[in-house]
Design a protein around this ligand. Structure first.
Ligand SMILES: [Zn+2]
Length: 411
């Protein structure tokens, strides 16, 4: 489906060799490291081969430009990220960048000349080295302040500002990375699904209609850390048993959400003092609730908090709620959805309209500019793991749909 069958797959495999921890089996390529910079150099070389003019912005977002006939017309952006989380897979993000380069090559070879300028982007820091993900697109959206660059630190205590300086960027130029929404016609991101919906339904392409966003918060249950042998059952204030009830309630409330698309997860449980002979006195639960429908999500969050308090009262515990992050879900742009549907029809590919449960750079930018996403299947839904896999045919189909959609958006 592309001009050079195998080239995309060879490039994905080659980029996977830019790896800070090969012994662990996966790929570790965090933003602003030497390994990341070397990988970006390779991507820039591939951009030049495809006739794209590369440039880095103030926070290391990479843009490769194909100038359109009408240089002043709002441009069409496409891309994803080439940083990874720790010991990750080869496709997350990488497909959206290398696949976009491939789509540009195939459009150029076909003789297409865009009216609008097309830019392929590798966003900086989609994965959360500094605790918060999507730092590059957040900077482009004007959502990061200079103070944030000092406040955001990685697991070794290195601030984003220091990491930028070490990588040759000037954190004081942060504002230069802002993208003027008026200058953008559309942003379309090709990505692996990272779930099993497409695989389950045997469909090769997903067209995303909305991107869900998380509301994350911490519940802290406090009871009394008394002796496990000496304290009779009736006289306990066991924070962990209360927290356990809350975990089950979160599953029940999310499952029963009227929207049908709410998901609720307790991914982190901590109990203190954590001794076999002491009743747990303090427990924290880190809760992640998502939906593409913000009202539905907030209704479930409210119910979870009310239920958490009721459980605490019944068990003579206290509970406090601390916000971690509240992001806004984004509806995809009808023009981009239509272009993607037309692309699938032109290629005679079946597709599924769906929501993205995971968040992406497109969600961040979607607050400012029209966005859309195209998904390809992920085997067994595995992602952020060495076993992450999408078949070469599925990759090629995704690139073909992206190329067709870009042509419609840029002509
Ligand atoms: Zn990604």
């Amino acid at each position: 489906m592309t001009d050079a069958p195998g080239r995309l797959h060879a490039r994905i495999a080659e980029l996977a060799t830019y790896n800070d921890d090969p012994a662990a089996g996966g790929i570790t390529r965090e933003i602003y490291t030497r390994t990341y910079a070397a990988a970006l150099e390779r991507v820039m070389a591939w951009m030049r081969e495809a006739g794209l003019e590369p440039r880095l912005d103030a926070v290391g977002n990479l843009f490769g430009t194909w100038a359109g006939a009408e240089g002043d017309a709002p441009r069409v952006l496409t891309g994803s990220h080439v940083d990874t989380t720790l010991n990750a897979g080869a496709y997350d993000g990488v497909l959206g960048v290398l696949g976009a380069i491939e789509a540009v090559e195939s459009l150029r070879t076909s003789g297409f000349a865009p009216r609008r300028t097309i830019e392929v982007i590798a966003w900086a820091g989609e994965e959360p080295r500094f605790g918060t993900g999507c730092v590059g697109s957040r900077a482009a959206a004007g959502e990061l302040t200079r103070a944030d660059l000092d406040r955001l630190v990685d697991r070794d205590g290195v601030s984003m500002a220091s990491a930028l300086r070490l990588a040759g960027f000037d954190p004081d130029r942060l504002a230069d990375a802002t993208i003027d929404p008026v200058s953008v016609h559309a942003l379309i991101e090709l990505h692996i699904e990272q779930a099993i919906v497409l695989e389950t339904h045997g469909e090769p392409i997903g067209i995303v209609e909305a991107i869900a966003a998380p509301h994350d918060f911490r519940l802290t249950y406090e009871g009394a850390a008394t002796h496990a042998g000496a304290t009779p059952m009736a006289l306990r204030h066991d924070a962990l048993v209360g927290a356990a009830e809350a975990i089950v309630a979160i599953e029940r409330l999310a499952t029963g959400s009227p929207s049908g698309s709410t998901v609720g997860t307790v991914g982190v449980v901590r109990a203190w003092p954590g001794a076999i002979n002491v009743v747990p006195g303090t427990v924290t639960l880190d809760v992640d609730v998502r939906d593409s429908d913000a009202h539905a999500r907030e209704a479930i969050v409210d119910e979870i908090v009310a239920t958490a308090h009721a459980i605490a009262a019944a068990r003579r515990l206290t509970v406090t709620v601390d916000e971690i992050v509240v992001d806004t879900p984004v509806a995809c742009d009808p023009t981009i959805i239509d272009a993607s549907v037309a692309a699938c029809e032109a290629l005679d590919l079946s597709f599924r309209r769906m929501i993205s449960g995971a968040y992406h750079d497109a969600m961040i930018m979607g607050r400012r500019i029209p966005v859309g996403m195209i998904f390809v299947p992920s085997r067994d839904g595995v992602s952020h793991h060495p076993d992450e896999y999408t078949s070469p045919d599925d990759l090629d189909r995704g690139v073909a749909v992206l190329a067709e959609a870009l042509e419609r958006l840029a002509r």
